[in-house]
Design a protein around this ligand. Sequence first.
Ligand SMILES: Nc1ncnc2c1ncn2[C@@H]1O[C@H](COP(=O)(O)OP(=O)(O)O)[C@@H](O)[C@H]1O
Ligand SMILES: [Mg+2]
Length: 278
Amino acid sequence: MTTGPLLEDEAALGLLGSLALEPVGVLTEASNLTVLVDLVDADGSATGHQAVYKPVRGERPLADFPTGTLAAREVAAYLVSAAGGWDLVPPTLLREGPLGPGSVQWWVRQTPERLADPSAGLVEVLPPDRLGPGWLGVVSGTGAEGEEVVVAHADDPDLRSMAVLDAVLTNADRKAAHLTRDLAGRLRGFDHGLCLHVDDKLRTVLWGWAGEPLREEDRTALRRLLDALDRPATSTALAELLAPAEVDALVGRTEELLGNGTMPLPPGGRYPLPWPLW
Ligand SMILES: Nc1ncnc2c1ncn2[C@@H]1O[C@H](COP(=O)(O)OP(=O)(O)O)[C@@H](O)[C@H]1O
Ligand SMILES: [Mg+2]
């Protein structure tokens, strides 16, 4: 949909909880059952708003995450993003739907160009000589014609905030396709089912600031998150979504990041990138 004004996250969250879900398609590139739904009025009429519905029963069992917990992790990631003031994850909640309970996330409207290539300008495959100012190389490889290429991301302040949020979430799946800008130019991230494990699982394309000092705004967001985790509104909500040890690990990662004062380094003993990268 490209009609209607952009809504504030609070208003979007209200509509996600109250409107009916009408499936209109399945997102085929998705690894679990991911359904695009229209948000419709009680009488079935379209509102022009859409959402991504991930029913718990459509989750594929995984080796490293407990089965049936991905939808709750999607919602927990939204709460963490909101509590820290990052506001990088679109509004997401748990509710009943046509295929049973699941996560429902506000559909981020994008320009047709971005829909075709959501992470354009954020993550690119470049020849090494185009890796000028404004780009940070992450990994080198060989292109289709045998030429040397670099996977790089923009040296962008919003992306840098996303990298801090991913460290807090220990996001195991920050692919390029899980990043976009909405119609207002705001950075948004998707697909947070593989987040908030007790162990360090960070797999991301956003390693460009590894080892660099946190910015003042990063420290402010991390402190804001720690304060929120101390208050019942956030801690009660997270306790319903995550295991107690996972909430403790979240607090631990946030404190550790603040204590170190630097962006995390890629781990030594395991693969640090999502697969595939897009
Ligand atoms: N809330 C959203 N708004 C707009 N596009 C989205 C949203 N969520 C997902 N997408 C798009 O749909 C694709 C598949 O969804 P994703 O959440 O990654 O599913 P899966 O968990 O099965 O991989 C994403 O890569 C992204 O391009
Ligand atoms: Mg995905």
